[in-house]
Design a binder for this molecule. Structure first.
Ligand SMILES: *Cc1c(COP(=O)(O)O)cnc(C)c1O
Length: 360
């Protein structure tokens, strides 16, 4: 009695991917990134599923962290962009949110806050991404100032973020590591953190005290090419729907809005109840693969808000009710994203609430 469009979330695959991240760097602690609604998978459900094995979670802002607290998640939560206003410091201290400190105003807000217990601080260094973080030459002074403050917990994590770790050839990652190591404070208590998913999978020299996997937890690969560790990941989300109409059209007839696809032969067109209103990308071109009854069929015609059309001429058993996978364990979101000129991160993160998440 419901529209068949849904996202099935495989929590066992999520566990598997977390354990893979952990096993690749057994000396590191693993903070699970659940920002942006856990890359579209449902932040609360994902955090609940990982709360016993992940020592902490990472989110983009205090609202995301408070949502997890309201749902009963008690693990520490790192705010990846730190605070946006100084009143957030006291809330963070109260809720055990860890604060990334990326600039002088954020640092000063912590130093001058009137709080009764200290906050855990992650100190961001700009080693080449040039988006956030202190300049490497400022780290010694900022570290010293934080260290001297009673508002700051004993161990400070110095951290940086890679710009190009998904490119297995580029020198940038090694350069960033070198820059990072050169500005690491001499304090033996200082901890460090570098690796995102791509670095965990492919850059063992980036292993430090903490690693920060996001996309790989959900089974996506950051690489455009096969990679031995990434090949062991399991897709967590299966985005599923069904055929709701099948028709034959004559050669020369066009399909859908703007008629941007014209049949070269007599063709069978299956209509599926999923569209850009469900997060299926409107920019998907003709030929984007869609699985119907487990067989790859080409998308034909423009993606509509609530429907897509595929050519099932070569799949005579594709009737009304046939099962469809838009992406998932058989057809990777990375392949669909590549066909659409984007990355799987964007497709997953943009999945709207209209698509029910079914946890299994
Ligand atoms: C999102 C994010 C990550 C995770 O990146 P993935 O590529 O998804 O693994 C790690 N570190 C920081 C600072 C981030 O913002």
């Amino acid at each position: 009695m419901s529209r068949p469009t849904k996202a099935t979330i495989d929590l066992q695959a999520l566990h598997h991917n977390f354990q893979l991240a952990q096993s690749l760097a057994p000396q590191s602690k693993t903070i699970a990134m659940v920002k942006a609604n856990a890359y579209g998978h449902g932040a609360i459900e994902v955090a609940e599923a990982l709360s016993d094995i992940a020592p902490a979670f990472g989110v983009a802002c205090i609202e995301e962290a408070l949502n997890l607290r309201a749902a009963g998640i008690s693990n520490p939560i790192l705010l990846l962009e730190g605070t946006f206003s100084s009143d957030e410091v006291a809330i963070a201290a109260q809720h055990r949110f860890w604060l990334m400190v990326e600039n002088h105003p954020q640092k000063d807000a912590i130093l001058t806050a009137n709080i009764s217990h200290p906050v855990d601080v992650w100190l961001g260094v700009d080693t080449g991404m040039h988006r956030l973080g202190f300049q490497p030459e400022d780290i010694a002074d900022v570290y010293k100032a934080l260290k001297a403050s009673r508002n700051v917990s004993e161990q400070i994590v110095v951290s940086s973020h890679f710009a190009c770790a998904d490119d297995l050839e580029k020198q940038t990652t090694d350069k960033q590591i070198e820059c990072f190591d050169a500005c690491m404070p001499s304090d033996p208590n200082a901890l460090s953190s570098l690796a995102n998913s791509a670095a965990i999978l492919a850059w063992p020299q980036a292993q430090r005290d903490w690693q920060r996997p996001g996309y790989m937890l959900y089974g996506g690969s950051p690489f455009r090419v096969a990679q031995k560790n990434a090949d062991q990941l399991q897709a967590v989300m299966s985005f599923e729907s069904a055929v709701i109409s099948v028709r034959s059209i004559a050669a020369g007839e066009s399909v859908g809005y703007t008629g941007n696809w014209t049949a070269q032969r007599e063709s069978t067109i299956a209509t599926i109840t999923v569209g850009y209103g469900d997060g299926y990308p409107r920019q998907a071109p003709n030929g984007t693969p869609v699985l119907v009854n487990g067989q790859r069929c080409p998308l034909v015609g423009r993606v509509s808000m609530d429907m897509i059309t595929v050519d099932v001429t070569d799949l005579p058993e594709a009737r009304i009710g046939a099962a469809v996978e838009l992406w998932g364990q058989t057809l990777s979101v990375d392949e669909v994203a590549q066909a659409c000129g984007t990355i799987g991160y964007e497709l997953l993160t943009r999945m709207p609430a209209r698509v029910p998440r079914i946890y299994s």
